[in-house]
Design a protein around this ligand. Structure first.
Ligand code: GDG
Length: 469
């Protein structure tokens, strides 16, 4: 329930993210209202936010609209306005057409535009100002992700009393790629304003530290860096995770079980392969679909017995590269189904749509083999969600080596997504593995996902940052 009660003037714990933790809905009376977004980050931080009188600073999702701070479900929400032009230049441009591809191995060509950068600086400044305004003396601030890399340093300049954490959800690239960025110094200085800079994997932290040393000339030693004024910061790996128990409970809900059976009945196949991704060029969809196409064509997978279900959630549809990707994927799928299908049966079941969480859990339950093959991925939560939903101990996971999750989920069938033959082999192997082998692997995967859940992630990071529980 949203309350119009005045928000607290100051907060001891502040999260800053591109998006606010709520989305706008229309309530039963047809009135506009807010609903907490169902993401993992919100779930993880909710208890801390409530116990610490936390505030969440972020954009509320509508351009050209300025809103007053408001209180929702125990959390103070501080909306940051963005103009339509800023959405285009800061968000779709600099964030999603420059930084996103550059940080993902340049699997798509990053575009560099000076106007986009100017908007990025201006918007980062606005987020920093908003946080500086609400954070109490000596408070803890946690900045999230690649859209806001300048915020830590901007905040440090204004508010040296704050403890500042930063977490990057996507990969941090090696020097050889990062140095293309015309504003590489500014970005590094921005990040190095944080007391603790968190990455998904140790390699990201190492890339960052090497750049800070080589490009900024800061001294670095054992995960620590020293700023020119003598103050220190640290960088390290904090692999993010999911609400494992929450997913397991959802998967075991009788309604989910029934729905999973319905999905199986509708698919009418002996073996179901599943892919679930935002429709993004980093997710390796082109290669994955090509691999399945070849398997169906060669008969290694029998189109009468096997089906590949691919959920592609619409994403960033105004960015050119994403429009192209959608066209490519749909051409590929259409061609394979046209060649290999018959009336009433298509080997690839492709859906371009988003679904409620419960439907996701039912899909995970219904799938014999989950295929997660990104070309580069910070972590990949889908892989962990699948594991959390396999309480039966069966199921098989095919996972790209280039997802952060591969470091933890070692018992998956690991693949190089650029190696189509290798990927085909792994898909066949996972699909035909003996039950005992699958159970042994799944047991180990589940142990990892249940001992390293989202609470573990948040607690570890915040403890290292110096926030007492
Ligand atoms: C970034 C990094 C990192 C997807 N479609 C639907 C839906 N989803 C949910 C999944 C999962 C999440 O979205 C996607 O997370 P991923 O980790 O797989 O990928 P990104 O969106 O690229 O996330 C990534 C992550 O940040 C966290 O740090 O792991 O590497 O790229 O939770 O279940 N959820 C619902 N309907 C959908 O249609 N309800």
């Amino acid at each position: 329930k949203s309350e119009s009660r005045q928000h607290n003037p100051k907060a001891a714990f502040v999260v800053i993210a591109n998006r606010l933790a709520v989305e706008r809905i229309t309530d039963d009376d047809g009135e506009p209202a807010w609903r907490t977004s169902p993401g993992g980050l919100v779930t993880a931080l909710e208890p801390i936010m409530k116990s610490k009188e936390g505030a969440w600073v972020g954009w509320h999702g509508a351009p050209d609209e300025t809103l007053e701070p408001f209180h929702h479900d125990g959390i103070d929400m501080v909306p940051v306005p963005l103009s339509a032009e800023e959405v285009e230049e800061f968000y779709e441009g600099m964030s999603n057409a420059t930084l996103w591809p550059l940080y993902h191995d340049s699997v798509a060509f990053p575009e560099f535009h000076r106007e986009w950068w100017d908007a990025y600086v201006a918007v980062n400044r606005r987020f920093a100002d908003a946080a500086a305004e609400v954070a109490e003396e000596g408070g803890v601030v946690w900045v999230q992700d690649y859209q806001l890399q300048l915020v830590p340093q901007m905040l440090r300049e204004q508010r040296p009393d704050l403890k500042i954490g930063f977490f990057l959800h996507i990969p941090f690239p090696p020097q050889e790629l990062f140095q293309q960025l015309p504003w590489r110094r500014e970005v590094l200085q921005g990040l190095a304003g944080a007391d603790l800079v968190g990455f998904q994997v140790p390699g990201g932290a190492a890339n960052f530290l090497r750049l800070v040393k080589d490009r900024l000339g800061y001294e670095t030693r054992r995960g620590e860096f020293v700023r020119p004024d003598g103050t220190k910061g640290r960088a390290g790996a904090y692999p993010i995770s999911i609400d494992s128990q929450g997913f397991q409970d959802l998967a075991n809900d009788p309604a989910t079980i029934a729905r999973a059976q319905e999905i199986r009945d509708d698919l009418d196949a002996e073996i179901v392969f599943l892919g679930v991704d935002r429709l993004d060029y980093t997710k390796g969809l082109r290669q994955r679909i090509r691999a399945f196409g070849e398997l169906f064509t060669s008969g290694e997978l029998d189109p009468e017995k096997a089906v590949f279900l691919q959920i592609a959630t619409p994403s960033r549809e105004r960015v050119e590269e994403y429009k192209r990707l959608r066209d490519d994927i749909e051409l590929l799928v259409g061609r394979i189904n046209g060649d290999m299908g018959r009336i009433g049966r298509s080997p690839i079941n492709y859906l371009h749509s988003g679904y409620p969480r419960q439907e996701m859990a039912a899909l995970y339950r219904a799938a014999d083999v989950m295929v997660v093959t990104p070309l580069r991925d910070g972590m990949n939560l889908v892989a962990k969600e699948y594991v959390a939903c396999r309480g039966s101990g069966d199921g098989a996971l095919v996972l790209s080596e280039f997802a952060g999750a591969a470091r933890e989920l070692k018992q998956a069938w690991l693949v190089n997504p650029y190696d189509i033959n290798g990927m085909k082999q792994a898909i066949v192997d996972a699909g035909s593995a003996p039950a005992a082998d699958k159970r042994r692997r799944m047991r180990a995967l589940r142990k990892q996902v249940f001992t390293h859940d989202i609470d573990h992630w948040a607690e570890t990071f915040l403890k290292d940052l110096g926030l007492e529980a």
